[in-house]
Design a protein around this ligand. Sequence first.
Ligand SMILES: Nc1nc2c(ncn2[C@@H]2O[C@H](COP(=O)(O)OP(=O)(O)OP(=O)(O)O)[C@@H](O)[C@H]2O)c(=O)[nH]1
Ligand SMILES: [Mg+2]
Length: 278
Amino acid sequence: MRDTQWYPGTMSRALSRLQEDLRVVDLVVELIDARAPASSRNPELVRLSKNKQRLTLLHKADRGEEAVNSRWLLYFQKQGLPAMLSSVQTPRSLNSFLGYLKTQERRRSGSRFKRPLRLVIVGIPNVGKSTLINSLVRRAVTRTGDQPGVTRGRQWVRLLPGVELLDTPGVLPPVLLPETVFPLAAIGALPPGRIDRQQTALWLLDHYLERDEEARLMQCYDGLHKAAPAAMLEQIGMLRGCLLPEGKIDLERAAVLLLRDYQAGALGRFSLEEPPQP
Ligand SMILES: Nc1nc2c(ncn2[C@@H]2O[C@H](COP(=O)(O)OP(=O)(O)OP(=O)(O)O)[C@@H](O)[C@H]2O)c(=O)[nH]1
Ligand SMILES: [Mg+2]
């Protein structure tokens, strides 16, 4: 994934577009995945919005472990970066975000030439940008989907009186750091054709084992026993009937199944990254 050949043209176009949009925007809200806040930040987006007011939302917080979410929040606060937890399944977090926007809007009230507060929602693919916007406006104004790359165009949405918001297509960093590839693949941010599903599944299983959290796997896959990651993937394939015509276990299907279960939350709340130690 180190070559830039794979980088989809739509993403470079989205970045140039964003550069233009930023001229008329007051606030940049970056959604990162609460389970992998380090890997799901896009340094390119950070660079482009350097001179703008910024807010980071640790989104899909319902999928990350509560204690780890709190540590990340503290980490951002200590860095002086405004950040909030967010999840479409937690109305309280949506209200906090709307409250934050109302405060920002009110601050502008003194201005003589009052125009709406404009914010743009940015982030990597599949992090939940469009879904969050839909939940915020409480009606389906933008298309969403459970695969990356659903949003392609751009659209302004009136969120509150005096607050307008722009949804944008997901963008990945042009060069992925090696340590970010598995976390990004596990949370479903990378194009399916570009990831090694079996390696990602083994990495994920290893992570559960390393953290002594295999009980969560066993809850989902009845009859699973603790073993090395490769043997566990085989067991999962067996338990779920992922078999090839000649009777061998279809490890690719087992891996797809495991990743889907992780993304759907069937393997419990499980964070993939801890904040760096001070
Ligand atoms: N568990 C959980 N899932 C969420 C949350 N927000 C969004 N999702 C799911 O994440 C998936 C991706 O959502 P989208 O809103 O299409 O993501 P996006 O960032 O707009 O993706 P692109 O347009 O492809 O960049 C969907 O399956 C949503 O249901 C959340 O807070 N919690
Ligand atoms: Mg979208």
